[in-house]
Design a protein around this ligand. Structure first.
Ligand code: CUA
Length: 339
């Protein structure tokens, strides 16, 4: 457990780029403006209320206190009328302000999530499926041979609106990449939509924002925004099946993978492995993290993850598959070689 915690630190600290206060695109910017407006207006109202409360304390010996009370200890009629009017106006102003906030909040929500909103013809569609506790990422295409499937990492072209179509395999998750868009719930048997866009290249961290079970905190993802030509190169590469391992060590690793239980849950295009339960591993070696953003992707972490997944991510659905000591190195070489 301790080792797991220590290993987690570098991931969060070394490349932290996750802040709703540093928007990198128009949708996140709109949400930041909305937040700033709420903060400013409500802060101002708070100040006014506190000042009025303090004033009323210093004025307590004037006004109704000094009026002679009638027999039944009621304030005079004129004072009562004045109080009723003041409270009535304050209540009406409060209701109007709250209504106004609801209107601008709902309109911002609609503007950042309605499909067909900015320029649907130019938009890139990405389907995200939340699963305890990882993200399936799918780039749909009318041509089935051009569908890209990946996990826990989204590549998007800079400057182009991306429509996220999200759903869930089990419980409610919430897809949230603070620098690029607002939170959007992923609900089983239901598709929700949300727009994201990056106006400059960069790596942005996302995180599940709805408690979804034991490993909710370790359900992260990375968005890599890159220039359109680089994005297309990436996409073309992802469409290729895994290249056959050339050297004997990797060939042995592939055998271990295909003969063991790994292939029951994971798919590797170009091999017999076609499991659909866990992440697609066709280009696993190119991902920067393993276990949904939990650990940097390297042989050491991967060995620990395969040998004892429950130690790194207690409750994970990743099965503990018995791998013989002499089989581990070839398996690591094979998986990390899936470029
Ligand atoms: Cu998925 Cu929290």
């Amino acid at each position: 457990m301790k080792r797991g915690v220590l290993l987690l630190l570098p991931v969060g600290v070394a490349f932290a780029q996750q802040s709703a206060l540093d928007p990198a695109g128009p949708y996140a910017h709109r949400i930041e403006l909305l937040g700033a407006f709420f903060l400013g207006l409500l802060g101002l109202i708070f100040l006014v209320v506190i000042i009025l409360a303090l004033l009323s304390l210093t004025r307590r010996h004037r006004g109704i206190d000094q009026e002679p009370l009638e027999q039944n200890h009621r304030p005079s009629e004129s004072t009562e009328r004045r109080l009723t009017r003041t409270v009535g106006i304050a209540a009406a102003v409060t209701v109007l302000i709250l209504l106004g906030l609801v209107v601008i909040s709902v309109s911002a929500g609609k503007a950042t999530s309605t499909p067909g909103n900015p320029d649907p013809a130019n938009a890139l569609v990405i389907e995200i499926t939340g699963t305890q506790w990882w993200w399936q990422v799918r780039y749909p295409n009318e041509d089935a041979s051009r569908i890209v499937v990946d996990a826990n990492e989204l590549h998007i072209p800079v400057g182009r609106p991306v429509l996220i179509r999200g759903t869930s395999n089990d419980v409610i998750h919430s897809f949230w990449v603070p620098n690029l868009q607002g939170k959007r719930d992923l609900i089983p048997s239901h598709v929700t939509t949300d727009w994201m866009q990056a106006d400059h290249a960069g790596r942005f961290r996302g995180q599940c924002a709805e408690f979804c079970g034991l490993q909710h905190a370790h359900m992260a993802l990375w968005v890599i925004a890159e220039p359109p030509d680089k994005f297309e190169t990436w996409r073309a590469h992802q469409l290729q099946p895994a290249s056959a391992p050339a050297d004997p060590v990797r060939q042995r690793g592939q055998q271990v993978f295909l003969d063991g239980a790994c292939a029951l849950c994971h798919a590797i295009q170009g091999t017999a492995a076609a499991g659909q339960v866990g992440p697609d591993l066709t280009h696993f070696g190119r991902r920067s993290t393993i276990a949904a953003g939990t650990l940097p992707n390297n042989k050491g972490n991967l060995a620990g993850w395969i040998a004892d997944p429950q130690n790194i991510k207690p409750g994970t659905r990743m099965a503990t598959v018995p791998v013989k000591a002499e089989e581990m190195q070839p398996l690591l070489e094979y998986l990390e070689g899936l470029q």
